[in-house]
Design a protein. Structure first.
Length: 242
């Protein structure tokens, strides 16, 4: 008979949290690492008694680390059937984020996905954007290592557009002082999850973390943390397109 989680010994090592530097969701440039997803995780882990350690890695490398048992947990992944072979999607759903399109000022309007077919579209290597984008072969994707690089390439005309989470767009445009234009087209955010690698010794204790996250939602702490990371007021909010 399986022991209840509370009766199990803690794994020998802290839960190894891996991910890319993607402020304001995952921010490795502060100590300890912060951002919306990490702040929510840290509070849930504190309540559940989970010690955490953080490792920064590009998204593709982070997924490989989870698959090979070199890391335990990752935040912000969209559900994908091909990843369920080596990932366990928890019941912890993180705040979804709309994706917006940035272009140079004065570029032809982007009102629907088809308006991007003839343009060089910058995307983040290893990221998923939902079926509307991921399954569309007519998009000319240019995979880049991070959104900061993508916006800089857009600003100098090396690419024609960037598909980027809205909060990330707000933060990077202010940080890099770039004069870019947000287009009317946007993609409603799919639900991102907290996931554990199927090889992780922490997987057996996942109900503790899920219970802590649920308690945060019930007592308002989840909403209070999320309120620290609003979408920027400079970004318009036209009707959503699915």
């Amino acid at each position: 008979m399986a022991l209840p989680a509370a009766a199990m010994a803690l794994p020998a090592t802290a839960c190894r949290v891996v991910g890319s530097h993607d402020p304001p969701f995952r921010d490795y440039e502060v100590n300890p690492p912060g951002g919306l997803y990490f702040d929510l995780l840290r509070e849930a882990a504190r309540r559940a008694g989970w010690p955490l350690s953080f490792v920064q890695a590009p998204a593709a490398r982070a997924l490989l680390m989870l698959e090979q048992g070199e890391a335990d947990l990752m935040t912000g992944l969209l559900r994908s059937s091909d990843r369920e072979r080596y990932l366990h999607y928890s019941r912890i759903q993180l705040p979804p984020e709309d994706k917006v399109v940035l272009t140079a000022p004065g570029a032809a309007p982007v009102r629907r996905l088809e308006d991007l077919f003839e343009r060089r579209l910058g995307v983040h290597r290893g990221k998923r954007y939902g079926e509307l984008v991921d399954d569309e072969p007519r998009l000319r994707r240019i995979e880049l290592v991070d959104y900061r690089s993508a916006l800089r390439m857009l600003a100098i005309g090396r690419i024609d557009a960037v598909l980027v989470p809205e909060r990330t767009a707000v933060q990077l445009m202010a940080e890099l002082r770039l004069d870019l234009q947000q287009q009317p087209f946007r993609i409603a955010g799919d639900t991102p999850y907290l996931v554990l690698g199927r090889q992780s010794p922490w997987l057996a204790r996942l109900p503790e973390l899920e219970a802590a996250a649920l308690a945060m939602q019930q007592d308002g702490h989840w909403a209070r943390i999320s309120a620290h990371y609003p979408a920027g007021p400079s970004m318009s909010a036209p009707p959503r397109t699915r």
